[in-house]
Design a binder for this molecule. Sequence first.
Ligand SMILES: Cc1cc2nc3c(=O)[nH]c(=O)nc-3n(C[C@H](O)[C@H](O)[C@H](O)COP(=O)(O)O)c2cc1C
Length: 219
Amino acid sequence: MNVDEAIKRRISIRAFKPDPVSEALVREILDVARYAPSGGNLQPWKVIAVAGAAREAVVQFAQAHLPGADDDRPVYPANLWEPYRSRRYKVGEDMYALLGIGRDDKPARLAHMAQNFRFFGAPVGLFFVIDKGMGHGQWAHLGMFIQSIALAATERGLGACMQEAWARIRAPLARHFALPDSEMIYCGMALGYADMTKPVNTLRSDRASVDEFATFKGF
Ligand SMILES: Cc1cc2nc3c(=O)[nH]c(=O)nc-3n(C[C@H](O)[C@H](O)[C@H](O)COP(=O)(O)O)c2cc1C
């Protein structure tokens, strides 16, 4: 698979087969992703990978700490503006349509949302940890690392879903993993083999065209 193919083939997977993913394979993926760039080569990331009993423990822990709440670093800005507000709405509606969940079926929507905290059935969960003292630059670099993991996973036939949902229980999760006060969890990732019989995994989210986001000068 070439890089273009991996970038285009990677989608968020929200239903997984129970098939296990070995520690060796997760290590192999991380061993590739560590070549992601970061300003000053800080490599401002740490990863906690959970499977088996450790995965089950964090799933159970999450059930006890939900619904959680935004902290001082909410995932989205308040009162999201256009065009971002509509994009967010659209991908949500497209996803719920594939799941067969109606607009007013709040319990079903919440139940789907809760699947985040079971890694959508994936056998492996990753958590991305960053020093609290790091700034927006380092958060961006962490993102490059996370995408690199997703691409390396894609090349190996695995599916992934990045999960900011876990931010809702960031503080309790930090305690669960006994992080020092100086560190925090940015987000999680579900990792495993996609169950492509599930319609939710057919979701193809829209993208703005190049002309909508790029300006070309001096060519
Ligand atoms: C950092 C990050 C966190 C995300 N968190 C969640 C999440 O908690 N739950 C979820 O279902 N999708 C999550 N997503 C998936 C996005 O909704 C998805 O990437 C976007 O709609 C584009 O779709 P695609 O990944 O299929 O291309 C997250 C994506 C990113 C990049």
